[in-house]
Design a binder for this molecule. Structure first.
Ligand SMILES: [Zn+2]
Length: 454
């Protein structure tokens, strides 16, 4: 029989289920990789291991819906830190083009570990950079994430439109449509796991309207339909992108996606900042997913997404930290706080509550990835993806009247523990596999080589 772990006596178990149940003195029983019981009195329940929860808050693990893991190598790069999106991209492509397998593997492990420490138990990675001499970076990406032990949704990204054809990236990082589609097919066959509680699922993700051909967008939809995988891309991030789409196609971004067959419920978009009312209605009617990335939108000065207006539409909203070249951190609990704060800047103090932001980071993200039956809430039958915060953290002193809101309102930035699929990844605020920390100097050396390479 599988190992039974009982999480007992937690001050609060915030389930994030449909009723938003919060159990005082709550317990969760895990068997193997699944939750088998949830309640508020653990008396008489036997288990192989008992995890005591006095002074702690238990939550479902966070789901990070947008990232570029390789970018932890490109944090805080002078020359990029104060640039808006298009200038930022053109500057960084010249550094990114040196990426190879070793750097990708190390960056993936480091970024996923930072996500785990800050509460994410599932992450996506929009991996769109395949330098000509870089080897197979997506395989290295997967190996790196597996070493960290996170539930992983790598997106086989792509760029097929270089400068000479009117796009933004340099020639050496774009591929032909045939190369891209063949590799997409190969990666799905080799890695995509459709089984319940899968640790690894592939999505297809042409990078953005300004770096791929329209033909590739259409072919990606066909391949996703044939293979049953999700689709992802960046959309409506900035005014510059809107102007670019109008110039190239005569259409604004959402209309262009409609033309290309991308308004579907198995698509999720990163950003969706620059939208008018008709765009929101279109996206809502087909129930697309959205990765809201508030820190990235603030750092690049892209704008404020209309989350407060969109939260009660058909659009599924999750949160994303986005790549560390446009956020400089992979900290998920901090992103939850940023989401709450940014909406209030525009819409007022009651725009978004701490609990609404936490729901976006959990069950909202699960819905974006079509996994709301498996992850994103603490319910019987779901995956044992659990995180806890220590309410005795100095940052939470005096905030105990509402422990759930406290982790968003106050400055907590690290979990007490994180379990993924029944396996411990963080305990006592530290990575269980501390050998991962030995990668930090390697990561620093690679980062220096790459950022100095241009
Ligand atoms: Zn992005």
């Amino acid at each position: 029989m599988s190992k039974r772990t009982l999480f007992a006596g937690f001050d609060v178990v915030a389930t994030m289920d449909a009723d938003g149940r919060e159990l005082r003195n709550g317990y969760v029983l895990v068997e193997g990789n699944r939750i088998v019981d949830v309640g508020d009195d653990a008396a008489g329940i036997e288990a192989d291991e008992v995890v005591r929860g006095a002074g702690k808050l238990l939550l479902p693990g966070f789901v990070n819906t947008h990232h570029h893991l390789y970018q932890s190598l490109f944090r805080n790069v002078p020359g990029a830190s104060e640039a808006k999106l298009f200038d930022w991209l053109v500057f960084l492509y010249e550094r990114w083009k040196g990426l190879g397998e070793e750097a990708m593997r190390v960056a993936s492990t480091i970024a996923c570990s930072e996500l785990l420490l800050s509460g994410a138990t599932t992450t996506t990675d929009h991996c769109y950079l395949y330098p000509r001499d870089g080897g197979n970076v997506l395989v290295a990406d997967i190996e790196g994430a597996q070493a960290a032990g996170i539930r992983f949704h790598p997106c086989r990204g792509s760029m097929s439109l270089s400068k000479k054809d009117g796009g933004l990236p340099p020639d050496s990082v774009v591929q032909t449509e045939d190369e891209i589609l063949a590799d997409c097919q190969r990666m799905i066959e080799r890695y995509h796991d459709p089984e319940p509680l899968a640790m690894l699922r592939i999505a297809l993700a042409p990078c953005s309207p300004f770096s791929v051909t329209f033909d590739l967008m259409r072919e990606s939809v066909k391949l996703a339909e044939e293979t049953g995988v999700l689709l992802h891309t960046h959309l409506a991030e900035t005014r510059d992108e809107e102007a670019y789409c109008l110039r190239r196609s005569g259409m604004r971004p959402v209309d262009l996606m409609e033309e290309l067959g991308w308004l579907r419920d198995d698509v999720w978009y990163a950003h969706l900042v620059v939208l008018d009312d008709a765009d929101v209605a279109k996206l809502s009617s087909v129930k697309v997913g959205m990765a809201h990335c508030p820190s990235s939108n603030m750092i690049l000065g892209s704008g404020i997404a209309r989350v407060t207006e969109m939260k009660n539409t058909g659009i599924k909203i999750g949160l994303g930290v986005d790549g560390s070249a446009s956020n400089d951190t992979s900290n998920m609990i901090r992103e939850v706080r940023q989401a709450m704060l940014l909406q209030r800047v525009h819409y007022g103090a009651d725009a978004l509550t701490a609990r609404e932001a936490l729901r976006m980071a959990t069950i909202g993200g699960a819905r974006v990835l079509h996994r709301e039956d498996e992850i994103g809430s603490i319910e019987v039958g779901k995956a044992a993806d659990l995180i806890a915060f220590d309410l005795n953290d100095i940052a939470l002193a005096g905030a105990h009247a509402d422990p759930v809101a406290a982790i968003v309102h106050c400055a907590v930035d690290r979990v007490d523990f994180a379990m993924v699929n029944g396996d411990w990844r963080v305990r006592d605020g530290r990575l269980v596999d501390e050998s991962i920390l030995d990668l930090i100097p390697v990561h620093n050396r690679l980062s220096k080589e790459l950022t100095g390479a241009a």
